[in-house]
Design a binder for this molecule. Structure first.
Ligand code: FIX
Ligand code: ZN
Length: 416
């Protein structure tokens, strides 16, 4: 159907973006087989680390007193502080309201006990289906850590492939804490030395291939501090060059780099204590140009790095930009970043991932992002319409499908 005017355009774009089934390329969710590793429900929503950080801005409660409380008591305090004693205008608090509304609960009632009652009657498998339906999710990619003992145990016992949940092999310990990685590798029977000699290279590769076989990941991933440099004289550079990049090439598997963290600037906040810093894009340029046959999926945490990242993606077809990560996952910044990416990269990027840690968050993270991406898309099509370009509703649907999953799957499968 041809798009004749801006009213039709708005209707077509809104409906295509509202209806499209999303592939969420980076989450911290797990399928039901991982039991209580999958978080869901009102108490997990309220104790999300984004909200914990906000809670401590209002309270004088000592950190250790808060951490000594049971989860439900922490949730009570956060609810009282961030929702009742002040209005929940931050993106993370607003998210909880959007979730309640999406589930058909009444946020206006402010009835925490009623919300708890609703969740207490649910079965995990059914609730996953409900959330995927409400948030219109096709599938999600988990974060799977082969250095996490609890998680490894689950994989060893056997995890069945689940169409809705894909895995990603997370390599933070290996690349960011070689001492710890060596201890853990040793316990699993892999023989390594301090330096990357022949045997250590072979053993690390054996370890990677073992977990690739077990998890069947779509990509490997690592988060990197804002001072990430490549190449340098660190063990990380050698691990990348000798182990990870060769294995990724062999498997035609992307490596996701999440660059710009400053971990634990306030350890008292635990998971909420991480921050961010500006990074040097030349590390990424060096990787992309030195390894044209490796595929890199990259997100950067500092707002200041977004423009350089976009320009770098114009230079290297083996670089796929993704998501408005973590502190960037706020409407004003998603809007700015999506607009800039579209202007510089057309549709050849992955506009968003949810980073959901709690299943229910898919509802708000995707709900909010869809609205923004739709409004940016509308503006871009409107400019085309005004300039005399003619296009159809089917073409809009094609583009939207590409943005919400197509570009990701195409990149993971393409051979360079
Ligand atoms: O490293 C990561 O994957 C980050 O997304 C998380 O560690 C972070 O805590 C988070 O939840 C951000 O949204
Ligand atoms: Zn994450």
């Amino acid at each position: 159907m041809p798009v004749n005017n801006s009213y039709e355009l708005k209707r077509f774009v809104d409906s295509a973006v509202r209806e499209v089934r999303v592939t969420d390329i980076h989450t911290h969710l797990y399928s039901a087989q991982f039991d209580d590793m999958l978080l869901w429900g009102i108490d997990d929503l309220l104790t999300y680390h984004y909200l914990v950080a906000e809670f401590f801005r209002y309270t004088s409660m000592p950190y250790e007193d808060f951490w000594a409380l049971a989860k439900q008591e922490q949730a009570d305090l956060i609810w009282q502080t961030l929702f009742i004693q002040a209005s929940p205008v931050s993106e993370a608090t607003r998210g909880v309201i959007t979730v309640l509304k999406g589930l058909g609960l009444d946020p206006g009632a402010r009835d925490l006990e009623a919300y708890r009652t609703y969740f207490s009657g649910l079965r995990t498998e059914d609730y996953i289906k409900t959330v995927f339906e409400v948030a219109r999710i096709k599938d999600v990619v988990m974060t799977n850590d082969p250095f996490d003992d609890e998680e490894c145990l689950k994989w060893q016992r056997g995890i069945q492939a689940d169409m809705g949940f894909h895995s990603a092999l997370r390599l933070d310990v290996l690349l960011n804490d070689w001492q710890l990685a060596r201890i853990k590798l040793g316990k699993k029977g892999y023989l390594t030395s301090e330096i990357l000699d022949e045997q250590t290279i072979a053993e690390v590769k054996r370890f990677l291939l073992y977990w690739v076989d077990k998890m069947n990941p779509i990509y490997m991933a690592v988060s990197l501090a804002s001072d990430f440099a490549y190449p340098d004289d660190s063990i990380r550079t050698y691990l990348l060059e000798e182990c990870i990049l060769p294995v990724c090439r062999q498997l035609n598997m992307p490596l996701a780099l999440m660059i710009g963290t400053k971990r634990s600037v306030n350890p008292d906040l635990r998971l909420a204590g991480d921050s961010l810093g500006k990074s040097d894009i030349s590390a990424l340029e060096n990787l992309c140009s030195s390894y044209p046959n490796n595929k890199f999926m990259v997100t950067m945490l500092a707002r200041e790095d977004q423009h350089e990242l976009c320009v770098t993606a114009r230079k290297f077809k083996n670089l796929m930009v993704f998501g408005s990560w973590w502190f960037l996952n706020n409407p004003s910044l998603i809007e700015e970043i999506t607009r800039m990416r579209m202007e510089l990269l057309g549709l050849s990027f992955i506009p968003q991932h949810s980073d959901a840690r709690v299943l229910d968050q898919l509802i708000y993270k995707w709900g909010h992002s869809r609205q923004i991406i739709a409004s940016v898309l509308y503006d871009k099509y409107k400019d085309l319409l005004d300039a005399g370009w003619r296009f159809t509703e089917e073409e809009i649907i094609r583009d939207v499908k590409y943005l919400f999953g197509g570009s990701f799957w195409e990149f993971t499968r393409k051979a360079l």
